[in-house]
Design a protein around this ligand. Sequence first.
Ligand SMILES: C[S@@+](CC[C@H](N)C(=O)[O-])C[C@H]1O[C@@H](n2cnc3c(N)ncnc32)[C@H](O)[C@@H]1O
Length: 240
Amino acid sequence: MSDQIKSRERVADHGEVFTAEREVNAMLDLVKQETERVDSRFLEPACGEGNFLEEILRRKLTAAKKRATPPRRKKPVPSEFEKQSVIAVASIYGVDLLNDNVIACQKRLYEIWNTEYEAVCQNEVDERCREAIKFILDRNIVCGNALTLKVVDENGKDTDEPIVFSEWSFITGANLQRKDYRFDKLLAGEYEPTAKEKPRDPKTNDQRNLFDLTEEEPSDEGEFLMSYVADYRRIQSHGE
Ligand SMILES: C[S@@+](CC[C@H](N)C(=O)[O-])C[C@H]1O[C@@H](n2cnc3c(N)ncnc32)[C@H](O)[C@@H]1O
């Protein structure tokens, strides 16, 4: 079998044919600017082992290094790169029906992040940050059915549990906020205000995103699930 196909059965049962690097790059180049922004959000609803997500993360980490490098300096500041790299990972989402693909994808993204982390931060690496990244990947790369929007069991069968995604954002200093949303409600547009209704952020004058509005008006029907705040290196010890 090739790098793109694991078995004939998997192709027949799940349409599992992985995309080659050349096509991945060509497709991502169609949205090049977004792939080179540390905090742009990407969701791949049938992510496989993460061929697209890997390249997105690589591009974002390059952008994170640039962002963490002060003017007239050649190297990124390790503490700043650490935070920027957390944003890079936390803005990447994936869903796949098959548990082995999800685990492979999480592992692959972790290894890519960790290699850059060690290269940039060297003796300043922090085990708590590694654990936080594993936790974020565990929440962002979900074993689920992108058609029914349900979490699936180890056999790829739907459970009753809806897929939930977390939005991660730095608020003050090292504090990272996690807000959980049901994927079905997000897709149904129930969180999304029309462009006309969207308020502008006074600081940036940008129209605020769908998550921002929900923060102001959390639903009383339970679609907006929960919000947690913690130092980003300890985000995994909150709210579970
Ligand atoms: C054609 S492969 C593409 C994988 C990856 N996007 C890539 O380009 O390398 C399709 C993937 O979709 C997954 N898949 C099939 N049906 C799905 C569903 N209903 N929900 C989520 N994933 C699904 C398969 O397990 C497989 O990994």
